[in-house]
Design a protein around this ligand. Structure first.
Ligand SMILES: Nc1ncnc2c1ncn2[C@@H]1O[C@H](COP(=O)(O)OP(=O)(O)O)[C@@H](O)[C@H]1O
Ligand SMILES: [Mg+2]
Length: 162
């Protein structure tokens, strides 16, 4: 069965990418993998020396931050897919949700390794304002082994930093 991977980061362009993906999946009779990549916030990955030495820090702080960050990543993906899920089910489209820890571009490229299509928004959350293409979507276009579709949200939608 053919398979379409779509990158979801909670942004307006990613929502447009997901909507486009579901329509394409309906036409192709594809399964959809909605993938959200997460990473630890930088302050947790590279704490300042004074922060490390703080006596009242719990010993399991890292595990707690990881668990909370991953849980939030699940919420972001659930929320982004929720609106589309019933419509997809009605159309007989199987939507699988994947929350993966890692660099977003690497995660998407790996997820799409054997896929028929990779779909991303043109911009996401954050990044440098003014760019037409975010760094994740750019890396996907440059390195994917399958065709890539880049989707822009309709004008007026909250386009994140773009
Ligand atoms: N963490 C992520 N997980 C899954 N997909 C992502 C992630 N970050 C970005 N993407 C995908 O890449 C698209 C472009 O985002 P990105 O290149 O990060 O732009 P920006 O620099 O504006 O944040 C998003 O619309 C989404 O489809
Ligand atoms: Mg981004």
């Amino acid at each position: 069965m053919s398979r379409i991977v779509v990158g979801v980061d909670g942004s307006a362009d990613a929502a447009a990418a997901l909507a486009w993906t579901l329509e394409e999946a309906r036409l192709r009779r594809s399964a959809v993998d909605a993938v959200h990549a997460w990473r630890l916030p930088l302050y947790a990955a590279a704490p300042e020396p004074w922060f490390v030495g703080m006596p009242e820090l719990p010993h399991d702080l890292d595990a707690k931050v990881e668990a909370a960050t991953e849980a939030h990543a699940r919420d972001v993906l659930d929320a982004a897919v929720a609106a589309a899920e019933r419509e997809a089910a009605d159309a007989g489209i199987q939507v699988r949700k994947e929350v993966v820890r890692g660099n977003p571009a690497h995660v998407l490229l790996e997820a799409a390794r054997d896929a028929d299509l990779l779909v991303v928004g043109s911009r996401g959350h954050g990044g440098f304002a003014g760019l037409l293409l975010g760094s994740v979507s750019q890396q996907c276009v440059q390195h994917a082994s399958c065709p890539v579709v880049v989707v822009r949200a309709p004008a007026g939608a909250d386009g994140g930093a773009g």
